[in-house]
Design a protein around this ligand. Structure first.
Ligand SMILES: CC(C)(COP(=O)(O)OP(=O)(O)OC[C@H]1O[C@@H](n2cnc3c(N)ncnc32)[C@H](O)[C@@H]1OP(=O)(O)O)[C@@H](O)C(=O)NCCC(=O)NCCS
Length: 180
């Protein structure tokens, strides 16, 4: 499907552009940014094209996926946010919220602001009543983002690189929280 464009006061969530490749490669090469992603591996510049192709394919396959996130005041890729398909044997394959930003953008509330509008879109446009999220157990910043969005801890789940902290957010909770 065509990737919709979403906006907030500060952000544009938009389709991927080939011109995002250098910034995506810089993110994937950053050991600090990648420390809690998968097994913490970093990647060379050639990997970014495959990552972007995967992000685009997710939209085609599932009707949801990750957006490229840009600051309206500072064009260029700041990071990504969106929904991937969680495949760990869940019967309903609830979408998993995922995000990551280049380090110079951390600490400004961008991850929370982007995820909030993405969740509004998901609960408005998709037929799911619940979204899940997984974090490395030590990824306190990401867990704080999830808490601000209304996610609740729901134990652990086995991820690609071991045991992950598992969180859920129901449509009802999101709407009742006044965030939706
Ligand atoms: C996790 C990440 C997305 C957060 O992005 P961000 O734009 O800085 O997030 P926000 O500013 O919206 O919120 C971060 C919150 O975590 C808090 N925080 C930051 N570092 C923290 C830490 N080490 N321990 C506890 N809280 C922390 C911030 O204070 C803020 O909370 P507050 O608003 O109550 O002050 C960003 O660090 C990132 O891209 N990391 C690399 C990729 C990644 O780990 N993705 C998540 C995979 S599950």
């Amino acid at each position: 499907m065509a990737i919709p464009t979403l906006t907030t006061d500060r952000l544009i969530l938009r389709p991927w552009r080939d011109s995002d490749l250098d910034a995506l490669a810089a993110y994937e090469a950053d050991r600090v940014a990648m420390q809690y992603i998968g097994d913490g591996s970093v990647y060379g510049p050639e990997h970014a094209a495959a990552t972007m192709a995967g992000y685009r394919a997710e939209w085609e396959r599932c009707g949801h996926g990750r957006w490229a996130v840009e600051l309206s005041a500072s064009p260029g890729l700041a990071g990504s946010c969106g929904f991937v398909r969680w495949h760990q044997g869940q019967p309903d394959e609830r979408p998993e919220l995922a995000y990551g930003y280049r380090r110079e953008h951390w600490g400004n509330g961008i991850a929370t602001e982007a995820a909030r509008v993405a969740l509004e879109w998901a609960f408005g446009s998709l037929s799911f009543d619940e979204v899940v999220a997984l974090t490395h157990p030590e990824n306190a910043a990401s867990q704080r983002v999830l808490a601000k969005l209304g996610f609740v801890a729901a134990g652990t789940a086995e991820g690609r690189a071991g045991t992950m902290s598992f969180f859920t957010l129901s449509r009802a909770c999101f709407e009742e929280s006044g965030l939706g």
